[in-house]
Design a protein. Structure first.
Length: 214
């Protein structure tokens, strides 16, 4: 307990950094993921191609490599932002590819007649997707979205290697202070457990309220 109690502010700062990264990157991933899922089922070929390339490239790129590309590559093109912002971009874009495929699978569970009925009423593709198809698809994909965001929370540990304040990076100053590396990691693991259990609880509540009964 001494490792935790003597360094409570340090652990708290790292935990808060992880929570911020997870929350902001999750919002970006959900927004981009839904948009890309819409692209992938759009009647316009160029949008479908763009969505397919987005998912294919990001899902097959190691996250660490993507961090290097964003944090070290973008400044070379004149885009200079705080490292925290770059980390959110990397995490959010990477996870959006997985969210896209989850949402697209949900869209495919909605009967085709639902979209056809919406279009027969004069709705555009965007209107039928946003007002008819996606609300039904969301009900079927709540659990896998939760699992994807839990993976995002754990992936945020990579950001610590790029001078971003997050929970895993706490072990470095603790090691320099001479604390046991084993117990340092035990309390770091507890911190990640708190974050992932909170996400799991949230999506369990959402599933009970809006999920499709099975």
């Amino acid at each position: 307990m001494d490792v935790l109690l003597d360094n409570l502010s340090l652990y708290g700062e790292g935990l808060w950094g992880t929570v911020q990264l997870t929350l902001l990157a999750s919002l970006l991933a959900l927004g981009l993921g839904v948009v890309m899922a819409g692209f992938r089922v759009a009647p316009v070929g160029s949008l479908r191609a763009f969505g397919t390339v987005w998912v294919t490239v990001l899902r097959n790129t190691p996250l660490t490599l993507l961090f290097f590309a964003v944090l070290l590559g973008l400044p070379r093109f004149g885009l200079v932002l705080p490292f925290e912002t770059f980390a959110i971009l990397a995490l959010g874009c990477y996870t959006s590819a997985f969210i896209c495929e989850v949402v697209r699978s949900g869209i495919n569970t909605v009967p085709v007649g639902q979209g056809e009925a919406a279009r027969s009423l004069g709705m555009s593709f965007g209107q039928s997707l946003g007002m008819v198809v996606l609300p039904q698809a969301f009900r079927t994909v709540i659990p896998p979205i939760g699992s994807t965001l839990i993976a995002l929370a754990k992936n945020s540990a990579i950001a610590g290697s790029f001078s971003v304040t997050e929970l895993l990076g706490v072990y470095k100053p603790l090691g320099e202070l001479g604390y046991s590396i084993v117990w340092s990691f035990v309390w770091i693991a507890v911190g990640y457990l708190i974050v992932t259990l909170a996400i799991s609880l949230l999506f369990n509540v959402l599933e009970k309220r809006w999920g499709v009964p099975r």
